[in-house]
Design a protein around this ligand. Sequence first.
Ligand code: ADP
Length: 547
Amino acid sequence: MRGLMQERPLLISSFLSFAAIYHKDREIVTRTIEGPIHRYTYADCERRARKLANALKGLGLQFGDVVGTLAWNTYRHLEIWYGVSGQGMVCHTINPRLFPNQIAYIANHAEDKAIFVDLTFVPLVEKLLPHLGNVKHFVIMTDRAHMPATSIPDAICYEELVEGASDDFTWPEFDENTASSLCYTSGTTGNPKGVLYSHRSTALHSMVANGKDALGMGSTDAVLPVVPMFHANAWSIPYGAPMSGAKIVMPGAAMDGASIYELLETEGVTMTAAVPTVWLMLLQYLEKDGGRTLSTLKRVVIGGSAAPRSMIETFETRFGVSVCHAWGMTEMSPLGTLGSLKAGMEKLPLEERLDIQCKQGRAVFCVEMKITDDDGNELPRDGKAFGHLMVRGPWIAGAYLKGDGGNILDQDGFFDTGDVATLDPEGFMQITDRAKDVIKSGGEWISSIDLENAAVGHPDVAEAAVIGIFHPKWDERPLLIVVRKAGKEIGKEEMLTFLAGKIAKWWMPDDVVFVDELPHTATGKLLKTKLREDFKDYKLPTIVAAE
Ligand code: ADP
């Protein structure tokens, strides 16, 4: 028997139109690309999104067309998200930190009909123009006064486009499984692949992400998504905030410690989210002058890469800010697990609590998870066995755009995340490594992430990476690559002595090298493929000694 409830579609436009009624005066604050702080309300945002929706139709774009963005987190980018998806077009957030040839590849692969560009990225688009022949319109996201002299043909001024359009627009109704937005994986190996979200997947994901044990956003919160809108939907904050009525604070292009600190304090931010590199910059900034406090911030969500233990501890013990460690991926919209403590855990001694918080967290409702061995057999949830992390759920990709990569699900519909992990009896998942980064030593696996985390616990270490180096006896042995903090002198022996006792003896790196900087991916993660390339001829002293 079919239920008798109203079968109303879940549509992205409803997030913003809801906010425009029930939280109409709540602010959206932006550090603009032009410089000044801009502020307006959800009601203003929704009205301008309607104007933009009309303007897009005026440009000849139609339902289902793909519209690209090369843009930071700003109110204009938010208007584009809603103006595009809200009327059934597909909003394609392009990561501007990708290599230029990858950007051209994905704009063509996605068949972008128009691209909205922040001032910062105008030179990039100018360079790519010969490869973007299929893009019909380029819109520069600024006002007339700031329009640059550009070789982009018929470049449109965003403010003129929006303000010149009527706000007489009704958000249309259509099937909730219609595509809403598109985000490419960063493609550290091979070409980037497109993950095509739907209105339904986005709505379900955002509702669960707003939950108390997840991002926990409510109408009294002010949220600062430092994580860019082009990085896995800014972890759904620009969708969940209007649903909950939270104030949004957009950082624009400035993600340095001083700029983020200023916004946190002047805008009364209570929750914020970003990758560890951003928090490293903020904490270093706070360290410079012992007197600074975080007076309103309550919760920081850290994900994208493993949050180091020392970072979680510093936020909590020095600044009274609770850390929620999160894990996910573009293919998962992106949230899979969040590390909110369960009942009773908050009373544990600090060290035991940190042991739990260093794990990547528990699956949120709707995300099914299991770990398997190489033959697909499920492994126990005992916190010890580690295997391939497999996931299934209504906001997890079932296929890549245009069938790239072929069938990506196993016979039960699970997607292989490419991560290796443990699951403990309380449900907490811990990433051991990316399957391709794990170091295989004498038939056993060494977690490069654990070693890196232990190394950055040293006060003189700014950043660390561990890769496997060929070893004739053990197959691979770990090499630790360290960036010292400015003015610090730490050497190999001191580093190894520091690690002793913190890691299994046989995990001890065979060598330590010091470099000025480490390569990163377009989403701020260590670029291990580049490191492996750079160190492919490296000979470990343990081999040299044996020769
Ligand atoms: P990109 O590679 O473009 O940054 P994703 O954001 O989708 O794309 O990357 C997802 C991957 O990032 C995960 O599969 C996992 O390896 C890693 N990751 C995400 N969050 C964490 C975390 N909290 N700890 C460790 N690794 C993480």
